[in-house]
Design a protein around this ligand. Structure first.
Ligand SMILES: Nc1nc2c(ncn2[C@@H]2O[C@H](COP(=O)(O)OP(=O)(O)OP(=O)(O)O)[C@@H](O)[C@H]2O)c(=O)[nH]1
Ligand SMILES: [Mg+2]
Length: 316
């Protein structure tokens, strides 16, 4: 175990990959690994990058990577695959575009699939972040497409959330609908080389003025063209400013505690969901349903009875 942790701390890519895969099993070995990992975490700056499909998130991450490496910072990147099977091409695109960084020892890239995971993607992403944090990466970037609840829950894992928009028709409305605006600490209007960027920036600023910001933090709006490497210095400065804000005001601690609370909640829901499934698949449950059918009990009564069994049983 110690050897394993030592290799991880040296950012050995094979060890990192193996650790992530092993944690996904969520078995006894995974549990003890997590315990070993935890004391080594809490140092990385975790940044969530979200926004509508095609907004330029991956391209932006690519430019940010170059910028951070020039500053001597090490970076871990997690790209969360969208659930939709139609996005298969985009994932491949991400990999190819990010490939030029693959040989750099100060960078670790990983794509995670949303499908078929026990416990949902946010639990796995959290574990993955912990591995990269323990490995000593200074910055961890998480990319998700900002649509749907699961992506939003991933963003709760980040210290700073960066929402990427582009001057495409209806973009503002799309993102507002998805509830992404409430979680943004920094806005990037990407593709500022295209028409409509100035208007979009004004729209966001108007919206921010109305909403009055996120607590004591007023989100910044950065114009960027990740393709032309513009706005990246501004973006990094802003991300650092937010980090300082969190740490100076005590928000950082509060946020991390809230994240842990949320994680326990997710784990608990997962445990009960597993027990509920087992219980409802039993033959004895089918008998109870026929009682329902004969009008001898009500769905509410039946659920209450099952709940008692769920809370009582240790072995199921
Ligand atoms: N004109 C212009 N195009 C850009 C810019 N940044 C990215 N693009 C293009 O926009 C397209 C989408 O870029 P990606 O970086 O894959 O966007 P994404 O948000 O990661 O996309 P998904 O992961 O599929 O949601 C690509 O064709 C990029 O070349 C930019 O600053 N200006
Ligand atoms: Mg992408």
């Amino acid at each position: 175990m110690e050897d394993w942790l030592m290799l991880l701390r040296q950012k050995d890519k094979r060890t990192i990959a193996q650790a992530i895969t092993k944690l996904e099993n969520r078995d006894e070995e995974a549990k003890s690994m997590l315990k070993e990992l935890l004391p080594c975490t809490g140092k990385a700056q975790v940044i969530g990058i979200t926004g509508s499909p095609g907004a330029g998130k991956s391209t932006l991450i690519g430019s940010l990577l170059v910028h951070l490496r020039k500053k001597g910072l090490t970076v871990g990147v997690l790209a969360i695959d969208p659930t939709s099977p139609f996005s298969g091409g985009a994932i491949l695109g991400d990999r190819i575009r990010m490939n030029r960084h693959a040989m750099d020892e100060g960078i670790y890239l990983r794509s995670m699939a949303n499908r078929g995971k026990v416990g949902g993607i946010s639990i796995h992403t959290k574990d993955c972040v912990r591995v990269l944090d323990a490995a000593g990466f200074d910055v961890i970037l998480i990319e998700t497409v900002g649509v749907g609840q699961s992506e939003l829950s991933i963003m709760h894992l980040a210290d700073t959330v960066c929402v990427v928009l582009h001057p495409g028709a209806g973009d503002m409305i799309q993102v507002t609908k998805a509830g992404v605006m409430e979680i943004a600490d920094v806005y990037v209007v990407n593709k500022a080389d295209q028409a409509g960027a100035t208007r979009l920036i004004a729209e966001i600023e108007d919206m921010l003025e109305l909403s009055g910001g996120k607590g004591a933090w007023m989100p910044s709006v950065i114009a960027a063209s990740s393709q032309q490497n513009q706005g990246i210095t501004d973006l990094w400065e802003c991300l650092q400013k937010h980090d300082q804000y969190l740490k100076q005001t005590g928000e950082w601690e509060k946020q991390r505690l809230a994240q842990l609370y949320q994680e326990v909640e997710e784990e608990l829901l997962l445990l009960y969901e597993q027990r509920r499934k087992t219980l409802m698949q039993k033959e004895s449950f089918k008998g109870l349903v026929s009682q329902l059918d004969r009008g001898e009990t009500t769905p509410q009564e039946l659920a209450e009875m099952l709940a008692k069994q769920l809370f009582a049983s240790e072995s199921e």
